[in-house]
Design a protein around this ligand. Structure first.
Ligand code: BG6
Length: 482
């Protein structure tokens, strides 16, 4: 996307992501005035031969569903910003043509002639990243006589293990500096993930409690109630640990567990995240349960003998003063009984409990990332009425009720805007990525070698029963009665 003034992007196409996330996000930014028609141009680049209009029509199909008449006009204005260039991922001619198209647009702009602000958004198979980045570097960044910037956004997977990720980082590092690279993890754009820092460091309540003396265990959970439909081929190469746990859930863990950063500067925050990752101990195999849902291998793109996990529970242990002895239980699964992502912080029992409130369960602080963003605290209270008995109840902050007039932005909307503004806080730094792969690579290699086999589970269930057993062994107590 080529943008004038404070707003500009450029990207290539990837159908699924383009349809569900990036184009809707771009359109929403446009509607809200963050991308102005006289400043922004969006160029699609892919191998398929197609006219500008054919691409516009396709995008119209993605965006028009459920839109009222009042949006029809803005949608057609948005579509006019889109152009298409076809070429292969290693074609000099293709990228020269792309550069020419962008330059023409830049020169024609009246608002800021002489500026070049280019955002390349790569939603591509990782195998072509190096060649595409080389092409961009050599053929689309020669506008040094103009003021502005070039930034490159890359989507995961960033490699398959430590060494492939390091190779990729080195190759990209030779072409771009770290300030130009935006490794996107869309969980960092979610409202309640962004809220974690505020919650932890702006509330006196939490400061003295957030540690091993008070917290018994922490769960970070991702569930989906659908399988790998249509993505079996991709998924089978990666599995649930690479797809969700090593990136999305680990990023959330960092924000839950890190120390207070020196300031809100992106580098200070990312410094603290790296320290947490570096303090994670090697994963113990007896603290891992893998699962695969029945029917996963019916997908023709999945090999018959696949042992790829579609479910995993993995316990991480952080070796530092704050967290020694507190299990961080990361759990993710496809084709489960519900769609939900949440953080559950379970506190220890009250010492010398005179109410025997233990029978209901413990204090638990739950942050629901999606759906229906909410935070609630499970508390023991006196059961209202004449008798003196206790129940477990909730202090509940449901965003839908409390902030009725606010539409919570989609993660991609926020993150794309950050890339335009040049804010790297919610993007993954190279050393974070390395540390994340260091944690999971030994386990992943053992799975890839067939040493660990997934347990089968029924689609629509909670996953393998062994995962619940591991949870209880780690100290999690099921709470009742609210
Ligand atoms: C993606 C994974 O990163 O995140 C998908 O590749 C998954 O497998 C998706 O479905 C979930 O995102 P969200 O925002 O719907 O929780």
């Amino acid at each position: 996307i080529s943008i004038q003034r404070d707003r500009r992007l450029r990207r290539t196409l990837s159908r699924d992501l383009a349809k569900k996330k990036t184009f809707p996000a771009l359109y929403n930014l446009f509607r809200q005035g963050f991308l102005q028609s006289n400043e922004v141009h969006i160029f699609g680049y892919a191998r398929t031969k197609m006219t500008d209009d054919a691409l516009r029509e396709r995008i119209h199909g993605y965006l028009s569903q459920g839109k009222g008449a009042e949006q029809t006009e803005s949608l057609s204005k948005f579509l006019q910003l889109i152009k298409y260039v076809s070429g292969s991922y290693d074609s000099e001619d293709g990228f020269r043509l792309l550069d020419k198209e962008i330059s023409e647009h830049e020169l024609a702009k009246k608002s800021r002639p002489g500026t070049s602000r280019r955002l390349f958004y790569l939603a591509l198979p990782p195998s072509v990243y190096p060649s595409v980045c080389k092409m961009i570097r050599h053929y689309c960044m020669n506008q040094s006589h103009l003021s502005g910037w070039t930034r490159v956004v890359v989507e995961k997977p960033f490699g398959k293990d430590l060494s492939s990720a390091e190779d990729l980082s080195c190759q990209l590092g030779e072409l771009f500096n770290e300030e130009q690279l935006y490794r996107i993890d869309h969980y960092l754009g979610k409202e309640l993930v962004q809220n974690l820092l505020v919650l932890r460091f702006a509330n006196r309540f939490f400061l003295p409690l957030w540690n091993r003396d008070n917290i018994d265990n922490i769960q970070i959970v991702f569930r989906e109630d659908f399988g790998t439909e249509g993505r079996g081929g991709y998924f089978d190469e990666y599995g649930i640990i690479r797809d969700i746990i090593q990136n999305h859930l680990l990023q959330v863990l960092c924000l839950v567990a890190m120390e207070k950063p020196v300031s809100l500067k992106p580098e200070h925050i990312r410094d603290e995240k790296v320290k947490v990752l570096q303090s994670v101990m090697p994963i113990a195999l007896e603290e891992v349960v893998l699962g695969q849902y029945d029917g996963y291998k019916d997908d023709p793109t999945v090999p018959d003998g696949s042992n790829t996990p579609t479910f995993a529970t993995v316990i991480l242990r952080i070796h530092n003063e704050r967290w020694e002895g507190v299990p961080f239980i990361l759990k993710a699964g496809k084709a489960l009984n519900s769609r939900k992502a949440e953080i559950r912080v379970q506190f220890k029992d009250v010492p010398g409990d005179i109410f025997r409130s233990k029978k209901h369960g413990r204090n638990e602080f739950v942050i629901r990332l999606q759906p229906s963003e909410a935070m609630y605290m499970k508390l023991t209270v006196k059961k209202p009425g004449l008798q003196m008995s206790t129940i477990l109840s909730e202090l509940d902050l449901s965003y839908g009720q409390r902030y009725q007039d606010v539409t919570i932005p989609e993660a991609y909307e926020r993150l794309i805007l950050d890339t335009i503004r040049g804010d790297q806080q919610h993007f993954v730094r190279r050393d974070e990525l390395r540390a994340a792969w260091e944690i999971f690579t030994p386990l992943l290699h053992r799975i890839d070698d067939g040493e660990l086999q997934p347990i089968s589970y029924k689609p629509g269930s909670r996953g393998p029963a062994e995962a619940d057993e591991l949870l209880s062994k780690a100290g999690y107590v099921q709470t009742h009665g609210y």
